[in-house]
Design a protein around this ligand. Structure first.
Ligand code: CS2
Length: 491
């Protein structure tokens, strides 16, 4: 096995694609907060294409890990040992996998080791964009879109001289830049939430206002927060996957990533401090990202939630396996065609039915073996981003909310931690509060609809919904998820 680093790079077997540019000449231009698998399979790939273009070598990425966890420390260690190189395996449904070494991340900073130094890194005038993938729940917005300053994690952060949260880090870095006359950077949210640029702006400016009103005003006047729609299915990488990917590539890579062959990025062209030639490498620019986001969130991500929650309860673990179950496919087809699509406006050049058909083909991609547990994780945050608008639209137009009642019932049953066969699974719900957990798993099924997760959805005000919900949830309890889907939801 070949160790992956700068020294071994020129000697890798020819079937492994390597950076075609001189990495030694690349200088930083973008900092990315929270370098997860998705970032490494998405934005880092677009930057890989950028760096291969003439005159673009000043757009290397500085990765910044914000989380203080053993997993993050290991990642930082591996990034250091591998000179920030890693392999990306792209899995097409009908062609052999391709392996490419990505070189666009040129530096990695583990913020918990020295948080002041991480903030200082963002004050480098060379950094003109700070992008981030901090997860849907990481923006903490409530059902009215308010950023809750009284939430303990935020209130504590505001008291720290050197903050830990993304919003605090951005604010303090921008303070240094303002004080030094360096000018702003663009804040680029790459998370799956509607109007992610506006949400990022609201969260960052609200945090900043609570800290220093004059600084917040300067930020409001100078920093831009473009909205983006990001898309590439990127499974979690478990220890087994590391072994499998390394055995296939022949590389001793501690941090490989794998993903589907599809990739898409739509961005609003609002960069206050310049940007790479994104339009030359497949990024779509538009004045209005909103319809693209809505379609992607309410069709792709919502179908994922449907499959993830009902699939885990039915005993499935892999997305492509569940796609062999005709009932699950029917569920998604009906949800897309009857619930989601009628409420959406297609962006220019896009046909919703075709988009839906493409999604089913992507979900069938057996080569990526995407995990249903990954998709089901943090449903507490995701349902609000992916399902709420469709649920509210259905109730407002008095259409049968049976599939929404099913996904909500599945979410609540999923929180109980065992599937139809009695098998248990790990539940990853970092944003589920203790009172909500108690309501979700308590004996009174109706009480669950009062969870704060559903605040503002109008579920309890719709007798139709409540009837559907009771029928579906009781059926799951009595007969299991599979039978409920076949005999109640699809009838
Ligand atoms: C998934 C997304 O986590 C989820 O719920 O739906 O991670 C999905 O795979 C990506 O948004 C695809 O672009």
């Amino acid at each position: 096995m070949t160790i992956l680093n700068t020294t071994s790079l020129p000697h890798l077997p020819p079937e492994i694609m390597v950076p075609s540019y001189d990495r030694g000449k690349v200088t930083p231009g973008i900092a990315h907060l929270s370098v997860g698998n998705f970032h490494r399979a998405h934005e880092a790939v677009y930057l890989e294409r950028i760096l291969a273009r003439p005159g673009q070598s000043d757009w290397g990425i500085v990765g910044i890990g914000l989380m203080d966890s053993p997993g993050e420390a290991d990642k930082a260690d591996a990034m250091k040992a591998q000179d920030c190189l890693y392999s990306l395996t792209e899995c097409a449904p009908d062609a052999p996998d391709t392996v490419r070494v990505i070189g666009s991340i040129i530096e990695y900073v583990h913020a918990p080791a020295d948080r002041a130094a991480a903030i200082e890194r963002l004050a480098d005038p060379a950094i003109r964009i700070v992008s981030m993938t901090i997860t849907e729940g990481g923006y903490y917005v409530d059902e009215n879109g308010h950023f809750p300053l009284d939430l303990p994690v935020i209130a504590e952060d505001l008291k720290r001289d050197v903050p830990h949260t993304a919003f605090g880090v951005l604010t303090e870095a921008l303070r240094l830049r303002r004080d030094r006359g360096i000018g702003p950077f663009t804040v680029l949210s790459c998370d799956n939430l509607p109007q992610n640029g506006h949400v990022a702006r609201n969260a960052t400016l609200t945090w900043a206002r609570a800290r220093d009103a004059a600084l917040a005003e300067w930020m409001a006047d100078n920093v831009t927060f473009p909205c983006t729609m990001v898309d590439r299915i990127t499974p979690a990488v478990r220890p087994d996957d590391v072994r499998r990917l390394d055995a296939a590539s022949g590389l001793d890579d501690r941090i490989p990533v794998f993903c589907e062959d599809f990739i898409q990025w739509v961005i609003e062209d609002k960069f206050c401090a310049g940007r790479p030639e994104f339009d030359a490498v497949g990024v779509q620019f538009t004045d209005n990202v909103y319809p693209y986001e809505e379609v992607k969130l309410r069709m792709l991500n919502a179908s994922h939630s449907l499959l993830g929650l009902s699939g885990v309860l039915s005993g499935y673990r892999i997305v492509s396996d569940i796609m062999a179950d005709m009932n699950e496919v029917s569920l998604v087809e009906r949800y897309l065609g009857l619930d989601a699509e009628p409420l959406l406006t297609a962006p220019p050049g896009m046909e919703l039915h075709e988009y839906g058909a493409l999604l089913l083909r992507r979900f069938r991609n057996h080569a990526i073996s995407d995990q249903l547990l990954r998709i089901a994780s943090d449903s507490t945050s995701k349902l609000q981003m992916f399902i709420r608008e469709t649920a509210m639209g259905l109730l407002a137009t008095h259409r049968t909310p049976i599939r929404v009642a099913f996904v909500i019932s599945c979410y609540l049953e999923y929180l109980r931690g065992h599937d139809d066969n009695g098998a248990t699974y790990p539940i990853m719900e970092p944003h589920l509060s203790a009172p909500d957990r108690a309501l979700a798993t308590g004996a009174d099924l109706d009480a669950a609809l009062n969870m704060s997760v559903f605040a503002g959805w109008g579920l309890t005000e719709s007798p139709d919904f409540v009837t559907c919900y009771r029928t579906v949830r009781q059926a799951i309890r009595a007969h299991g998820t599979r039978r409920t889907l076949a005999e109640v939801v699809l009838t």
